[in-house]
Structure formats: structure tokens, C-alpha cells
Design a protein around this ligand. Sequence first.
Ligand code: SF4
Ligand code: SF4
Length: 99
Amino acid sequence: MAGAKTKVKKESREFPILVYPEKCAGCMTCQVMCSIRNLGELNPLKSYIRVNRDHGIRTTSLEFTEDCTWCGYCARFCNYGALVLKKLAKTENEGEEEK
Ligand code: SF4
Ligand code: SF4
């Protein structure tokens, strides 16, 4: 049936993540966590985020597939600042402005 696989981006009308591929360490935690949350299995190859590496040294791009639901879950687990939830970035900036 056409469109049966279409996912609804229901949690946010704005993409919730700031993306900084130059900071990515290629740890693949985001892919693992996305697959667990959205597919119920530990399988980074089926994740809705793709970490593209250049000869294993640098991450050249971070791409979100069409199936990405914009849940923002993967960004919660990025310890390198490559994926940052916009709402957390906003809170941190507001905190700095108050100092
Ligand atoms: S985006 Fe973050 S969690 Fe994902 S591979 Fe890069 S460093 Fe790891
Ligand atoms: S925003 Fe959600 S669905 Fe999209 S890649 Fe991250 S965890 Fe997966």
C-alpha cells in the first residue's frame, strides 16, 4: 500500500537538532540509540541517522533519512557536541547571557 511506511514528524514542526559534523568522533552512539528507540533493536545499520566517515579518520557528514521522526533522541547521547538539541542550546545561551 502506497505511503504505508510514511512516518509522522509529530513531536516538533522544526527540526530539533543542531548538527556539527566537524565535531563528530564517529562513535556511532547516535545510530545505536536511534535503532533501539525506533526499531526496538540494536542495529546501527538500520538507524535513521547516517554517520559518513572518510577513511575512518574524519566524519564527513551526518545525514538523517526520510524515516527520521525528528524525535531528537539521538542528540541526547552525543558526548562530542556534534548533535545538540536546540532547546538545550537555547537554555545554555540564556544562562550565559544572565552572567
Ligand atoms: S554524532 Fe555524536 S553520537 Fe553520533 S557518531 Fe558523531 S560523535 Fe558519536
Ligand atoms: S531524531 Fe530520532 S528518528 Fe531521527 S535519527 Fe535521531 S533518534 Fe533517529
